[in-house]
Design a protein around this ligand. Structure first.
Ligand SMILES: Nc1ncnc2c1ncn2[C@@H]1O[C@H](COP(=O)(O)OP(=O)(O)OP(=O)(O)O)[C@@H](O)[C@H]1O
Ligand SMILES: [Mg+2]
Length: 276
């Protein structure tokens, strides 16, 4: 398996002295659905800002597709790695929704018909076509978030990073977004989300990275979310399905289901064996 992104011993200190990243190392395997988990202030947003060259390392290295990010490669990196910010007010600023989504593709010097095609597809993916001529200023926060996501989709990067993508989204928009991300993943895009939503990670991700106080605590498959020591140390909580199954008798603690589909399979097996 190839790592599309590698971070080695990264250190980042804000001007006021806050050490947000402290010797952090991690890797993002190509073609995976990755969730970076950690409590408030763990350093998730700071680390995402390093993955597409918006912040350059003060110490340590970040490599994307084998190339080190520095002042010479940051423009190239931005075309390969798209970042949806935690707060859409930091990202959405054009006069109309369609101009905002066209901003990235136009900067890539794509021909006009291709830009229009991408804008229309991206707005469709987040179900915001009918708002295309509206000023983003008048949109709700969740709608703005969807426009910000469309702006990154329109650039068709190899890696898409989303910082707390489901905050402000209503349940239906959340499901639509997850479907869109899964579809992009099937087309070969590596998707990375930063979140403290352990249920979302358990449902959607196939690789998780847990960070705490600017360092990587653990990374690997989603079953890590059933490990009590890790969850406690990370200041997170178990996914809801895990919480339920941990309280049931006769369930092997090392075979806990993580998400709704797995829970249904386990329950069907139990019901079938009782009916026999
Ligand atoms: N511009 C800034 N100046 C000073 N300190 C900052 C700045 N931005 C973030 N920090 C600090 O850096 C640390 C990491 O913050 P960061 O926003 O990366 O965390 P996070 O994991 O994304 O948190 P959240 O879950 O709340 O989004 C925190 O202690 C935060 O207070
Ligand atoms: Mg954050």
């Amino acid at each position: 398996m190839i790592n599309i992104i590698e971070m080695e011993n990264l250190y980042y200190r804000y001007r006021d002295g806050t050490e947000a990243l402290r010797d952090l190392s991690l890797f993002i395997p190509q073609g995976k659905k990755v969730a970076i988990l950690g409590p408030n202030g763990a350093g998730k947003s700071t680390l995402l800002l390093h993955l597409n060259g918006l912040y350059l390392p003060q110490k340590g290295k970040v490599r994307v597709l084998g190339r080190e990010i520095n002042s010479r490669t940051e423009r190239w990196v931005k075309s390969k790695v798209g970042l949806v910010f935690q707060d859409p007010d930091d990202q959405v600023f054009s006069a109309t929704v369609k101009e905002d989504v066209a901003f990235g593709p136009l900067n890539m010097n794509l021909p006009e018909p291709e830009v229009q095609r991408r804008v229309s597809n991206a707005l469709q993916a987040v179900q915001m076509e009918e708002y295309s001529s509206k000023p983003p200023y008048y949109l709700s926060h969740g709608q703005k978030k969807r426009v910000a996501i469309a702006g990154v989709l329109a650039m068709q990067p190899a890696v898409i990073l989303l910082d707390e993508p489901t905050s402000y989204l209503d349940p239906k928009s959340k499901i639509t977004l997850i479907k869109t991300l899964t579809q992009l993943h099937r087309q070969g895009t590596t998707i990375v989300i930063a979140t403290h939503d352990v249920d979302l990670a358990a449902e959607w991700a196939d690789h998780i990275i847990i960070i705490k106080e600017g360092q990587t605590l653990a990374q690997g498959e989603t079953w890590l979310l059933t490990r009590e020591d890790l969850i406690e140390e990370a200041g997170l909580c178990f996914p809801t399905v895990v919480q339920i199954f941990r309280q049931l008798p006769d369930i092997k603690k090392n075979y806990l289901p993580l998400n709704v589909n797995e829970a249904v399979t386990v329950l069907k097996t139990i019901i079938n064996s009782k009916n026999r």
